[in-house]
Design a protein around this ligand. Structure first.
Ligand code: PG9
Length: 631
């Protein structure tokens, strides 16, 4: 009998009380779509299944796969827009992959969103911190194995890309790579949570970590925002007293990851055993890897360079390990890159990079018969003059072993700067001083501070520092207007001689480009104090990052630490500025300025004003070693 003859009424009716929300619903791709979506629960070696979305161009044959493993919801990552077009469906940064006919895969890491298993934040590799059978290296391996067997449209070659946490999972896959993993592009990767990426910078704790932990670890999906009850996070975080006080207020002290952070304030084995630069630097590099980072990455500005440097030791002949530095914010490589804050570049630098450099690199290793790409070992955008540069190594300038040698820029009397050391004690006794009051910490951006305001957060590292330049607890040293360009390419290094009347202190040093008083072509840049390379150091770690010690009150101590990498030209007419302060709130928790064993447990009475002296004397010549490549 013909099916069409079956009377409609005879078909099974949907019971009125059938639940209207199914257990799981995958919307089919629209019939006219140029792609197909498949969802698979891929089994790992321990039986845990991971939720994986596979997006294939229609008619794909012998297509390479590019995979991202994410804690941020694979289904959503594979669905930017509801569209019959694959390019509009996938993330903006994927458009060149789509144009080249790639299969795109997103997978939820274990324990998040659709995946089974336990979630452990930035799960450590199997070893001293992880006694289970699995980690991100095995999960990537098992997934690649499955994909190459179960996706008939693939040529069997897999690449991994991803930014930040997703960059971390790319790096993890490199620890024990599947033979089909042929190329890796970790972008803005979280590499070392203590030295200078997401959780701490040189021992100073990043307060927004707490909100992130809430969003990430209260539920498998996306957790609720904190009910702060204040518009200005500066106020809310100050009132809470300390990072632990803030955590308690929202019950975050009951979350394991908060506890792990609070139990490991120093750079102990918990951190060392997770530092991916140390781990990968000690393993044989076999997969071509391009590290990508934004010069003004406000979240992971340390790790990508550290990982590149550590892995470079395995790649003396520049065959496998590459570095690309753009004028971008965190993950900016995947979005529009024609400006950052008020600073404009030469067109969409991010798209240009993805199209001209990253895609040919991926094609070379992943696409059948693709030509060899002309990939520079190091690609770097020189800010100030706004042009791409190709190098065979990074950094370009350092104390020893680089093409150029760094030069010290000294703090001088009268709040000036100079390339010669202070020769003789001058009036003012060789130091400048300020009172740092933890009750009035220096804000990192103008108040009211809204940590969730992305328009402020994303470009904040290049923001105008004038709003604090005249505070009495900020020292600002400035050069004469430059007569010739001053070009730097590498890591400025702080060499600070300072004393405090307290027994612990934070030091924030900011290298700033002061634009001319008038900039006719872009008037709002007149006198702009542009952050170039800035970071914080918690004084208790001056002798050892793992063994903190109290600072002897009133004694001159030496603080040496590196600022973030930069490739920048200070142009003629501009001035170089160095600002020094002792807090950067509420991005970093306050230092009580009284030594306590664990700052997370400091009590209100421990927070005390201190007088800070910054020396610029012949026997205590504070300076920044600049990675000068031309002046
Ligand atoms: N910076 C974010 C992050 C990475 C790793 C751990 C915690 C946070 C991110 O953008 O993914």
């Amino acid at each position: 009998a013909c099916a069409c003859a079956v009377p409609f009424q005879a078909q099974a009716q949907t019971p009125p009380m059938a639940p209207d929300i199914p257990q799981r619903y995958e919307a089919p791709a629209p019939p006219d779509a140029d792609y197909e979506k498949r969802v698979a629960m891929i089994p790992m070696r321990d039986g845990v299944k991971l939720y994986t979305v596979i997006v294939l161009p229609k008619g794909a044959r012998r297509a390479p796969i590019v995979m991202t493993r994410t804690p941020y919801n694979a289904a959503r990552r594979a669905q930017r827009n509801a569209s019959p077009g694959m390019a509009a469906t996938l993330p903006q940064g994927d458009e060149t992959l789509v144009a080249e006919g790639y299969i795109r895969v997103f997978q939820d890491v274990r324990g998040k969103y659709g995946s089974e298993g336990d979630y452990v934040m930035t799960r450590p590799l199997r070893g001293p911190l992880n006694d289970t059978r699995t980690d991100h290296a095995t999960d990537a391996w098992d997934t690649i194995e499955w994909l190459t067997r179960h996706v008939p449209e693939t040529n069997g070659k897999v690449g991994m890309i991803g930014s930040s946490y997703e960059g971390f999972t790319v790096m993890m896959a490199l620890a024990a790579p599947h033979p089909a993993l042929k190329a890796a592009v970790p972008m803005s990767a979280m590499v070392d949570g203590w030295r200078g990426d997401d959780w701490f910078h040189n021992g100073a704790f990043r307060m927004p970590s707490l909100g992130f932990i809430a969003s990430q670890t209260t539920v498998r999906g996306h957790g609720e925002a904190l009910a702060t009850g204040v518009y200005d996070d500066y106020e809310g975080m100050l009132r809470a007293g300390s990072a632990a006080g803030y955590a308690r207020r929202f019950g975050l002290d009951r979350l394991n990851y908060t506890r792990k952070l609070f139990e490991h304030p120093a750079y102990d084995d918990y951190w060392r055993h997770q530092a991916l630069d140390l781990l990968l630097g000690a393993r044989k590099l076999t997969v071509p890897t391009m590290h990508v980072v934004g010069q003004w990455d406000q979240e992971d500005i340390y790790g990508p360079y550290a990982a590149y440097a550590a892995m470079e030791r395995q790649d003396r002949d520049n065959k496998l390990n590459f570095l690309a530095i753009g004028p971008w914010r965190h993950s900016g490589v995947n979005y529009e890159g024609s400006r950052l804050g008020v600073f404009k570049f030469t067109g969409d630098t991010a798209l240009e990079f993805r199209r001209e450099v990253m895609q040919p690199f991926l094609n070379q290793y992943l696409k059948d018969g693709a030509p060899e790409a002309d990939t520079p070992p190091v690609l770097s955008y020189q800010t100030g003059v706004n042009r791409w540069q190709r190098f065979d190594q990074w950094p370009r300038s350092c104390a020893e072993g680089c093409p150029s040698r760094s030069e010290s820029l000294y703090l001088r009397a009268g709040f000036t700067l100079g390339f010669s050391a202070p020769a003789a004690a001058v009036e003012g006794e060789g130091y400048d001083e300020y009172v740092a009051d933890p009750a009035k910490p220096v804000p990192f951006v103008p108040r009211p501070v809204r940590m969730g305001d992305e328009a402020v957060w994303k470009p904040w590292l290049v923001s105008d520092q004038r709003f604090v330049a005249d505070r009495t607890d900020v020292l600002s040293y400035v050069s004469e207007p430059l007569k010739a360009p001053l070009s730097i390419a590498g890591q400025p290094r702080v060499d600070l001689y300072a004393a405090t009347s307290g027994t612990d202190a934070d030091w924030v040093v900011k290298l700033i480009d002061v634009h001319p008083d008038e900039v006719p072509g872009q008037p709002e840049l007149g006198g702009y104090q542009q952050g170039i390379s800035m970071d914080i150091f918690r004084g208790r770690y001056r002798h050892s990052l793992s063994q903190p010690s109290a600072i002897p009150a009133g004694q001159v101590e030496r603080y040496r630490y590196a600022l973030p990498n930069v490739n920048h030209v200070f142009l003629p007419g501009h001035r170089v500025m160095v600002q020094i302060q002792s807090s950067w709130f509420p991005l970093y928790d306050r230092n009580p300025q009284t030594y306590v064993p664990n700052i997370f447990h400091a009590r209100p009475a421990d927070y005390r004003k201190a007088t800070q002296r910054v020396y610029r004397a012949p026997e205590a010549p504070s300076s920044i070693e600049l990675p000068v490549v031309g002046r």
